[in-house]
Design a protein around this ligand. Structure first.
Ligand code: UFG
Length: 343
């Protein structure tokens, strides 16, 4: 059985729904862990409730993990649980070292003690830091510029070390800008303190939020606003399922292991390879939703690179992953969620 951590968070919840919807066997279930500090129990909607063995606990709770792993025959793990606000990670770095690094290490120890050796890890393009070239491939230097990115890179390194020391197999998925919501309307983005562009722009357009502040219009980009690579959250979910299938192969695919240089694991960028500016996002909202986004220009936000977009060729070649959704779909599904939020 599959174990999912951070299962009630934004990406974890979409993966949970996607995984169960794709299962050939309709009785297929999974084990879900979330401490519910930021996750939403409502994401385990009535249609999937009977197929989710849910545990409210910290991933670093060795006793709880020991019991869960003893009760269920877990063959692999998708590890989403983490604190994920870049700004907060600068204000409270130790919270991020604790939640993202120490808790993950304790969790991996619990896994190894129970003989679980397959981990798909939720990583980020923030591990690269300031781009020295775009599009960014997986061999781009990793030099994070905030504590969030540092902690994710530390876990990547820990997985490499554990692969060498303990025979653990892992896949690293480095997301670019996760966005959108499930077309089912059952799950979507719901952060207690929202910082992301698309939900803030939609809230402003719908009149439920402050006018959007665009952080900087003097960047070296065609319209002066920052360029990012927005990837639909269900496309991310699909990549995790494909990553899990790698474990079924006899060994990691050659292309991936070569690029990863240690011969044990693999890292994959998950983005659309299409860079879109903040102004283009606003225009898409106008054309898809027929809503103007009230905005004003503000000064640059510290640590924002002017452009970030992925070379996702390896995910395509090795995993067979291809994003299905474009920016209009992202806006459409996010808008539907904003209007009909379940939580
Ligand atoms: N932006 C605004 N106004 C806002 C919010 C965002 O102009 O109110 C701009 C940002 O300056 C940026 C773009 O919109 O240019 C996207 O910003 P987000 O905050 O939505 O996303 P980020 O690119 O900052 O963050 C994403 C992920 C992080 C990851 C980071 C790596 O959400 O998890 O990329 O750079 F760490």
């Amino acid at each position: 059985m599959l174990l999912v951590t951070g299962a009630c968070g934004y990406i974890g919840s979409h993966f949970m729904h996607y995984y169960l919807a794709q299962a050939a066997n309709r009785d297929q279930s999974l084990v879900a862990i979330d401490n519910l500090l930021l996750g939403h129990k409502e994401s385990i909607s009535p249609d999937i409730e009977s197929r989710v063995h849910f545990y409210q606990c910290d991933i670093g709770d060795k006793k709880a993990l020991g019991e869960i792993l003893q009760k269920h025959s877990v063959h692999a793990v998708v590890h989403f649980a983490a604190s994920a606000y870049v700004g907060e990670s600068q204000e409270k770095p130790f919270k991020y070292f604790d939640n993202n690094v120490f808790q993950s290490l304790s969790f991996f120890e619990s896994l190894l003690m129970a003989g679980v050796r397959k981990v798909v890890f939720s990583s980020t393009c923030a591990t690269y830091g300031m781009p020295v070239r775009t599009p960014m491939d997986e061999n781009h230097p990793q030099s994070p510029i905030n504590t969030y990115g540092v902690t994710k890179l530390m876990v990547e390194e820990a997985l490499r070390a554990l692969a060498l020391a303990s025979g653990l197999s892992y896949v690293l998925l480095r997301y670019f800008n996760a966005a959108g919501a499930s077309p089912s309307g059952l799950v979507g983005e719901s952060h207690a303190h929202e910082t992301h562009l698309i939900p803030l722009a939609l809230a402003a357009a719908l009149g439920g939020g402050e006018p959007l502040k665009i952080f900087g219009n003097d960047y070296d980009t065609p319209d002066g606003t920052c360029i990012r690579d927005y990837v639909h959250v269900d496309d991310l979910a699909a990549a995790h399922l494909l990553a899990l299938k790698l474990f079924e192969r006899d060994k990691m695919p050659e292309k991936a292991t070569l690029a990863d240089s240690n011969g044990l694991g693999a890292a994959f960028n998950l983005g659309t390879a299409r860079g879109v500016s903040v102004m283009e996002v606003l225009k898409t909202i106008e054309s898809v939703a027929g809503l103007a986004v009230p905005f004003s220009f503000a000064s640059r936000r510290a640590g924002d690179p002017s452009r970030l977009f992925a070379d996702a060729g390896r995910a395509n070649n090795v995993l067979g992953w291809q994003p299905r959704y474009g920016l209009s779909d992202i806006v459409e599904t996010a808008l539907h969620w904003e209007k009909h939020r379940r939580y």
